[in-house]
Design a protein around this ligand. Structure first.
Ligand code: HEM
Length: 407
């Protein structure tokens, strides 16, 4: 097989291996049993007097009801969970602060920006990585491994290009990116990586305040709403957030789509023949196997959801993966079927905090699969190895996707 291509191979191997230890292969059967209850308590017997209750919303209606009502369910809890590593980010903000901050950030994710990024950044990055896959296969007569060679490096490289990082800092950025998202593997290292990322990014912000280009940092440095601008620290925290929120999710979700298609050759053939099916294939993979299963809220007062009482201060875990397989909305929800009737999925959240990068994620995924199908004729699973498996309880994706193609 070809040499692994892309950022920080060694730290990715450590991250990928640690993520694969003791993983849950399939949490969905257990979630299906709980789903009729809408909201379930998590480990009630372990709760002491002073410890907040933890409940999990498992049905579509319950998850959507919580996400629709940012007054009853606050996002502030992310400050405790992530603040130590990420700094203060948009994820933990409530109204009214959240609205004005989001307005400033939205200026960077315009439709025009998306079109420009596709042609100038995403496609060249993806083509460069596929060039290396083709060259590797031609050299050793083998196939490829699409996680290490494409789906992992592409989104993080796209973010580096969006920030317009100087070329001599790319390797460092890639290493720090993997160390930051390895926070559950090595917390101290992630905190150090977060500080080093600030050192790398702050001079860039300074420069862009004076001399703006059309990169993401420039747009953020110049963005203004009602006379307000983002501070240096806010810009740095946002750029850091793009790594777990943007790069990690997109690498996992595009890998999951490839597993869905490659393990269902008839559906792969349909997409190969008719590329207009790609958007529904992307949506179906995001429904079937979202990369991030759970997000969090905190109940601001005593309340109820789908008739289930929730006490003030309770931590509410929202299981997006379970909501996406609610049999009230999808027939045979465990089945991957790109032709099923469409219904809005909850993989990007819902309501005030709906994912800011969802159009970018969909576009990157579309370009990756489209270019793979154009450039690797006869793309199929490597028949010599076991088929890939999607695993994990909170983050889900395969650790590798080995393929063969006609060279
Ligand atoms: C398939 C890929 C992705 C998935 C599944 C995903 C999922 C999510 C989810 C579930 C949320 C809501 C969190 C909450 O309400 O607690 C969110 C928010 C967010 N996402 Fe994504 N995301 C993806 C890609 C991206 C990309 C590519 C970017 C940017 C480059 C991005 C940036 C953000 C930001 C900034 C927020 C916070 C929005 C806010 O708090 O108002 N995401 N994402």
């Amino acid at each position: 097989m070809a040499e692994a291509v892309g950022p920080s191979t060694e730290s990715f191997e450590r991250f990928n291996q640690a993520m694969g230890l003791g993983v849950v292969a399939d949490p969905y059967p257990e979630l299906a049993e709980l789903r009729p209850l809408h909201v379930v308590a998590a480990g009630p017997t372990l709760m002491g007097e002073d410890v907040p209750a933890v409940v999990t919303a498992v049905s579509y209606d319950a998850v959507q009801e919580v996400l629709r009502d940012a007054a009853r369910f606050s996002s502030a809890g992310y400050g405790d969970v992530m603040g130590g590593v990420m700094g203060r980010t948009i994820l933990q903000m409530d109204a009214p602060e959240h609205g004005s901050y989001r307005g400033l950030l939205l200026q960077a994710f315009s439709r025009r920006a998306m079109q420009r990024w596709e042609g100038e950044i995403v496609r060249p990055v993806v083509d460069g990585l596929i060039d290396a896959i083709v060259a590797g296969a031609a050299a050793d007569g083998g196939g490829g491994e699409l996680v290490r060679q494409l789906t992992f490096p592409a989104p993080v490289t796209v973010i580096a290009r969006l920030l317009d990082l100087p070329a001599d800092q790319l390797d460092l950025f890639h290493r720090l990116a993997v160390e930051l998202i390895s926070v559950t593997v090595d917390f101290d290292r992630a905190v150090e990586a977060s500080e080093e990322l600030a050192e790398l990014l702050l001079p860039l912000v300074d420069r862009r305040r004076v001399e703006a280009g059309d990169d993401l940092v420039s747009v953020l440095a110049q963005a203004e709403q009602d006379g307000q601008q983002l501070t240096d620290e806010e810009i740095v925290s946002f750029c850091r957030l793009l790594l777990p929120a943007g790069a990690e999710t997109t690498y996992r979700s595009s890998s999951n789509l490839l597993v869905g298609l490659l393990t269902h050759p008839d559906q792969l053939a349909a997409v190969r023949a008719e590329r207009a099916l790609l958007p529904s294939a992307i949506e179906e993979a995001l429904r079937w196997e979202p990369p991030l299963l759970t997000i969090l809220r905190t109940a601001t007062g005593d309340t109820e959801v789908c008739g289930v009482a929730i006490p003030a201060g309770a931590v509410v875990v929202l299981n997006l993966g379970s909501a996406n397989r609610d049999e009230r909305y999808w027939d045979e929800p465990d089945r991957f079927d790109i032709l099923r009737p469409s219904h809005p999925i909850l993989s990007f959240g819902w309501g005030a905090h709906l994912c800011l990068g969802m159009h970018l994620a969909r576009m990157e995924t579309r370009v990756m699969v489209d270019r793979l199908l154009d450039r690797l004729p006869g793309l199929r699973l490597d028949p010599e190895v076991d088929p890939p498996e999607i695993t994990g309880r909170t983050f889900r994706s395969p650790s590798e996707v080995r393929v063969a193609f006609d060279v």
